[in-house]
Design a protein around this ligand. Structure first.
Ligand code: UGA
Length: 458
């Protein structure tokens, strides 16, 4: 029976589904990855991860070779194969800019359900508005024979790009929302590989078993908290800017209190990516629908603080370049600016809602001649912002620049030699949008330095 070592399917082989499929094969499960996108499936089946994630390529190839991992575009095949089906399809922001679009969830669950011929568990993993699991349950009831006893469960994920393999193999908790002992047992079996690995390493992975609504809320609550933490420190940066304080020292000092903690307390140009920005908006929209809009009104402020940090970089640019700011923002025409960083964070090629790229576009809109370089994100950046200039190295991007903006804290940029770069630029001015540079070192090399929420070095 499936309960001892269930066969697992992951529907939707985007970032989430592909990572899970590959890592669970690595844990020893027989895994099938499903997607409607034939090109994506062909790539994965050929051993190529369609996005950049450290360590994943190798795991994909070894598990394909071991025969534990396969990919398909056939609903029949996936329905026949798996005992536990994880729904990992995208839930993009709706056209109205607030709520989540559940059409991919609806399509995948409906088509899967229609092909099921035995008792299986369908587990939601995508980030969704609370109440979606109940709705999926109804969809499944509508499209399957009740005699089969197919059940639904919810199990959110917390993986961070750049650490995704670790986060799946060694999660800091597993959360499952279930309605029956059978579902609970199936999900336990589906995660036993994770618990076993932890045991061999003398660790424990806490398991939180809960109802559907709580499981769904855990995910958005966690992301809302992280976004709030980042905006909190960015709000302190705003205050530091007018009061003459240094937010990096402030963060270090408050972070020593373990109740606060020093992680996710990095002030800068703010949060971006495919999750935090859209999740806090969808969460507000859902709370509003449920009549608890007031409870999440602060998330609107969190969003505004985050947006203001992007504008701040523009303001600093105008100040450094001695340009006047009108009501429509600064006029930067005739200036050449290097933007270092396009990805929303280092060790990623993801440019979705990237603060760096948004600022680069805004600088260009203000008239500047913007030259961008990113170690991994160039291909995606070109698609997202085709009008900018892209350079194939940091040196080429900064050559002739009157201002350098470091907007993603890649190690290459952090460790860059200000002396050497200084010889390439037209004027030594730098905005450190991530407070990731050694301000004194740059100042000593003759650079006019501006950080976020910290004074320029004397
Ligand atoms: C985020 C969460 O951290 C994951 O736990 C979650 O699973 C994931 O969303 C998701 O919902 O799928 P991720 O989007 O990969 O993960 O990126 P983060 O590491 O959270 O960074 C988000 C943004 O915040 C980045 O732009 C980063 O530069 C910024 N950030 C982060 C700061 O500005 N300051 C910090 O101190 C930390």
């Amino acid at each position: 029976s499936g309960a001892a070592r269930p066969r697992l399917a992951f529907l939707g082989t985007g970032y989430l589904g592909a990572t899970y499929a590959i890592c669970f094969a690595e844990l020893g499960y027989e895994v099938l990855g499903f997607d409607v996108d034939e090109a994506k499936i062909a790539k994965l089946a050929a051993g190529q991860v369609p996005f950049h994630e450290a360590g994943l390529d190798e795991l994909l190839r070894t598990n394909l070779a071991a025969g534990r991992l396969r990919f398909t575009t056939s609903y029949t095949e996936v329905a026949d194969f798996a005992d536990v089906h994880f729904i990992c399809v995208g839930t993009p922001q709706r056209g109205d800019g607030m709520g989540a679009d559940l059409s991919y969830v609806e399509t995948s669950v409906t088509n899967l359900a229609r092909h099921l011929t035995r008792r299986v568990l369908i587990v939601g993993k995508s980030t969704v508005p609370v109440g979606t699991a109940e709705w999926i349950e109804q969809l499944v009831a509508k499209h399957t024979d009740p005699e089969l006893g197919i059940e639904v469960a919810w199990s959110p994920e917390f993986l961070q790009e750049g650490f995704a393999v670790e986060d799946v193999l060694r999660p800091n908790r597993i959360v499952v929302g279930v309605k029956s002992e059978w579902a609970n047992g199936m999900l336990y079996a589906a995660h036993k590989g994770v618990f076993d690995l932890a045991a061999t390493e003398d660790r424990e992975v806490p398991l939180v078993v809960t109802d559907f609504a709580t499981a769904e809320l855990v995910k958005v609550a966690a992301n809302a908290f992280l976004a709030t933490k980042i905006s909190f420190i960015n709000a302190m940066a705003e205050v530091c800017e007018v009061a003459g304080g240094d937010v990096t020292q402030l963060a270090r000092a408050i972070g020593y209190d373990p109740r606060i903690g020093n992680r996710f307390l990095q002030a800068g140009v703010g949060f971006g990516g495919g999750c935090l920005p859209k999740d806090i908006r969808a969460f507000q929209a859902r709370a509003q629908e449920l009549g608890a809009g007031e409870a999440l009104r602060f998330l609107h402020e969190v969003d505004l603080i985050n947006q203001r940090r992007r504008s701040k970089v523009l303001q600093l640019a105008a100040e450094l370049l001695d340009r006047r700011s009108g009501p429509a923002g600064p006029d930067l025409s005739g200036t050449r600016i290097a933007v270092l960083g396009a990805a929303f964070k280092p060790n990623s090629d993801d440019v979705r809602d990237a603060p760096s790229l948004a600022v680069a576009a805004a600088l260009a809109k203000a008239g500047a001649d913007v030259h961008v370089y990113d170690p991994q994100g160039m291909e995606n950046a070109r698609v997202a912002q085709p009008a900018l200039h892209y350079e194939s190295s940091m040196a080429e991007a900064v050559t002739g620049a009157e201002l350098v903006c470091v907007l993603t804290e890649w190690a290459d940029f952090r460790n860059a030699d200000p002396q050497a770069l200084g010889e390439l630029v037209a004027a030594k001015r730098v905005i450190d949008g991530r407070n990731c540079l050694d301000a004194l070192l740059w100042a000593r090399a003759g650079w006019e330095y501006r950080g976020m929420g910290r004074p320029a070095p004397a």
